[in-house]
Design a protein around this ligand. Sequence first.
Ligand SMILES: [Zn+2]
Ligand SMILES: [Zn+2]
Length: 239
Amino acid sequence: MGLEKTGKILTKLLFPPRCPVCDGIAPWGSLICPGCRDGFRLLTAPWCMQCGKKLTTDEEYCTDCRRSRHQYLRGRALYEYESVADAIYRMKYGSRREYAEYFGGEMVTHLGGFIAQARPDALIPIPLHPRRMRKRGYNQAALLARAVGGRIGVPVREDLVFRIKNTTPLKQQNPAERQNNLKKAFIIKQNDVKLELKSTILIDDIYTTGSTVDEVAGLLKVQGVERIYVLTLACGAGI
Ligand SMILES: [Zn+2]
Ligand SMILES: [Zn+2]
């Protein structure tokens, strides 16, 4: 047995993966308890044709998307936010990195059609500011992107977009204030080279107003990326 494989098994024995629903130790070889499989609520139709937000009426677009245009083409999310909020919190602040493996698999299972239609040349996770990255040790959006990319054989590019402003969107901010707060929050590293991506999917954990992905999508468009989509783990109205 190779050293790397032995190491992986040892890590599993010492730190067995936790179930993203109940946070108990998942059965050996699994990422979730059998009884917890329906623990999160999938975001089902009808959803907004632009951002993917759950709709309660049979309108085509949500109020947000009717009011303002987005920089990306279409977005979809896997779960309704409220049902998965605690798990996302543990994944971000409680070192539950392993949840991303489960979530990535579920994104491919349930949103594979959307991903295939986008025909992405690469997946781009929304980056964290370096200071936050050092504190947390990982970027949950990148973990999700790697879990998805690994399953569909699409590269994950973490070397293109960087966050240079450490901003936290505040609940009481309206969309215009959020957008203003995010101005110049990101840069594209290779801005002297035209990006050789025709289509890309931006990956993040939560979609709220779309101001963050819009900011990144706007920069990528300037660099010549033709089609930009958004895929998130969860999306909800009142976050
Ligand atoms: Zn469980
Ligand atoms: Zn919408």
